[in-house]
Design a protein around this ligand. Structure first.
Ligand SMILES: [Zn+2]
Length: 257
């Protein structure tokens, strides 16, 4: 890959310096679930189409929820209604005051940058809230929010106290075998249940799950370790990025061994 493209795809320019992106760094972390999913796809084209739909789904949910939080009264597409209803139900029993949405933060100390979804006071506690549309909450979600949280607190006097993942999902359950079917913009995924069941699907049901980080420090340490691994893996490209603050270090790693 050429350094220019690498730079564009994997980082932000801030005050003349280049900072790698949190999500790019986190891509170095192995995801066994994802590998299994990839292995089960019928073709590369089909996999790409599915990934595109899943990404579009995520964007649609994010945009709608962020608009609701900003009291912008968004149009709610029928296909995402169960998810949004689950979110609204959640909202009715939680007190949330959004303070900023889709904001870029960066760490000068540890040299990385990223964009979090929401900074909010949730039930009177200031924190970073990231939305996920996956079927579970994974460790790497908190590795990511730990990085945002740390960057935010590095710069701001009024410190965030915690970070959360709010997972919003919807599925149909089979009345016979209990399998779960997810339909993301026409991409169908069936999980669990019995293989030879002639599924009879219930109507779509939304679900909303909030999890608070437990042991922030271990997630942050893991992020920084991932960053080191990412930096080492990309050292040939990074050493060609003139305004990368860690360039000298990377250069030394590369030539002084
Ligand atoms: Zn079934």
């Amino acid at each position: 890959m050429n350094p220019k493209l690498f730079k564009q795809n994997n980082g932000y320019e801030i005050d003349g310096l280049w900072y790698p992106r949190v999500t790019s760094i986190c891509n170095i972390i192995a995801k066994p679930g994802l590998e299994m999913w990839l292995a089960n796809q019928p073709s590369f084209i089909a996999m790409q189409r599915k990934r595109k739909k899943i990404t579009e789904w995520g964007i649609l949910i994010h945009e709608t929820i962020e608009k609701i939080l900003l009291k912008k009264n968004p149009e709610i597409k029928p296909n995402i209604r169960p998810s949004i209803q689950a979110f609204l139900d959640w909202l009715s029993v939680n007190k949330i005051k959004p303070l900023s949405i889709e904001k870029m933060v960066f760490s000068k100390q540890n040299i990385y940058a990223g964009t979090f979804d929401i900074l909010a006071e949730l039930n009177n506690k200031l924190g970073i809230l990231d939305l996920k549309t996956s079927k579970e909450i994974w460790d790497d979600h908190f590795i990511q929010t730990a990085a945002y949280f740390n960057a935010y607190n590095e710069k701001n006097k009024k410190k965030a106290k915690t970070h959360w993942i709010l997972r919003i999902d919807q599925y149909q359950r089979c009345k016979v075998c209990g399998a779960k079917k997810r339909d993301k913009l026409g991409e169908i995924n069936v999980k669990g249940g019995k293989r030879f069941c002639r599924h009879i699907w219930n109507s779509s049901k939304g679900e909303c799950e909030l999890q608070k980080v437990k042991n922030h420090k271990s997630f942050l340490d893991t992020f920084l370790a991932a960053k080191q691994l990412w930096e080492f893996s990309n050292r040939h490209l990074l050493s060609q990025i003139d305004n990368y603050p860690n360039k000298t270090k990377t250069h030394l790693t590369l030539f002084n061994i």
